[in-house]
Design a protein around this ligand. Structure first.
Ligand code: MN
Length: 425
């Protein structure tokens, strides 16, 4: 089954969809929501509404698919995703056709379209494993220049493989969840001995993660041409980081507690098929990667990304970064191929994040570490307050969307506010 209809131009939904809505008729991302009288269930976002897939299925909307309605009544999307792309893409196509049909049951039966203002969004996945890559050349170069040597900023392996590490899935939370400032071991400036204290260098990282939608078996290696078959969709991903904890602990085994305390995802998973109109070529790779990673495909996407900070008690939010997914040196497909190249299996619901996405321009740096040059250059927010690192009460919001020829496909928000660490004496 194809997803032709989903990307057909000139569709005319019966709902009024605000012009700048992330959730156009061409997007139709999946999420898990609840609402008064409705327990957790699967939904599709459209404009200012959510399509209740569980109730729509009970009314017969997906009759032709002969699927167990329980996949929509689950508190995560894993079982629905496991039906496979031919089915999940058909679910979107059926919803899309129904939303453009005045006689559709989505219009005639009350309660199948739930106003977004009445819903609570939930973590949409049971994440088995989470891997974080380091795929932005600009980010790796800036960090390498600060901590190593500006002349040799990239490690010798960097242009040959997508560098990554295994993160922690238990602390991945949905947008809106408050983030507790972590404690950790820190080596104070000039000291010989570490202290145990709340981080003073709390940071965000603007990233995009992809969701595994098709598993592999141990020993199976994903081919670069087939890699995207395994990608269900994409989400915004804020990989909160404690730079002082990270700096003391990371040698020689890499990131650990400076990263694992929390990561925040946006609640809607945008299917990779919805991003098809925005497909572009990624940056030129020189030297050419080894054969198993080599591809000439247009394997990136033109997705505008932004991060903003709003201090407690301030109505004003300051955009501190504007960047683009297309800057990533290593594509999602290459990340996935490399991940399975040793025979390591992947499972439905696994998340693989890009690493901080920085761009080449001023204003396109994806974390405070780069923006403030490791805390040496404060930025001034619109409220007049200065920041080198995040303070208690600060709310960080990531946003992202793709737009072309009047078609907009957006991700909504990944937002989180820093809460004071109540465990500290
Ligand atoms: Mn990261």
């Amino acid at each position: 089954m194809s997803n032709e209809t989903v990307n057909k131009r000139g569709l005319n939904p019966f709902l009024t969809i605000p012009q700048n809505s992330d959730f156009s008729i061409y997007n139709l991302p999946f999420g898990i929501f609840s609402a008064p009288g409705k327990g957790k269930r699967a939904g599709i976002a459209i404009g200012e509404y959510v399509v209740d897939l569980a109730d729509a299925a009970d009314e017969g909307l997906f009759e032709e698919l002969d699927i167990d309605h329980e996949v929509f009544e689950s508190d995560v999307l894993n079982e629905m995703i496991a039906l496979g792309k031919p089915v999940t893409n058909r679910i979107r196509t059926i919803v899309q056709e129904a939303l453009c049909d005045e006689k559709s049951l989505l219009k005639s039966i009350d309660g199948l379209l739930v106003p977004m203002e009445n819903v609570t969004m939930h973590m949409p996945l049971r994440v088995g494993d989470y891997t974080d890559f380091y795929s932005s050349k600009e980010h790796a170069t800036n960090v390498g220049s600060m901590f190593r040597d500006p002349m040799n900023a990239l490690m010798p392996n960097w242009k040959h493989l997508p560098v990554g590490y295994h993160g922690r899935s238990s602390s991945i939370v949905v947008s809106g969840t408050e983030i507790q400032r972590p404690n950790g071991q820190i080596l104070p400036e000039g000291a010989d001995e570490p202290v145990f204290a709340p981080t003073e260098r709390l940071d965000f990282e603007l990233e995009v993660a992809f969701v595994i939608g098709k598993p592999t078996m141990m020993g199976e290696i994903v081919n670069v041409e087939e890699a995207e078959d395994h990608i269900f969709g994409l989400m915004l991903f804020n990989d909160w980081s404690a730079r002082d904890i990270q700096k003391w602990e990371y040698r020689p085994l890499g990131p650990f507690l400076g990263k694992s305390f929390a990561s925040t995802v946006s609640p809607w998973i945008v299917p990779i098929e919805a991003l098809e109109p925005f497909r572009v070529k990624g940056p030129e790779q020189n030297p050419k990667p080894l054969e198993y990673l080599r591809t000439n495909d247009k394997n990136s996407f033109d997705i505008q990304l932004a991060a903003s900070i709003r201090p407690e008690g301030s109505g004003s939010e300051t955009t501190v970064c504007e960047t683009n997914f297309r800057h990533l040196y290593w594509s999602m497909g290459q990340q996935l191929v490399h991940h399975t190249s040793n025979g390591c299996n992947i499972r439905i619901g696994d998340l693989m994040a890009s690493g901080t996405i920085s761009g080449p321009d001023e204003g396109s740096l994806g974390c405070l570490l780069e923006i403030t040059q490791n805390g040496s250059k404060a930025i001034t927010l619109d409220s007049g307050e200065k920041r080198t690192w995040l303070e208690d009460g600060d709310r960080v919001t990531l946003r992202g969307f793709a737009e072309k020829d009047g078609i907009r496909v957006g991700f909504g928000e990944s937002a989180g506010k820093i809460r004071i660490n109540v465990n500290v004496s």
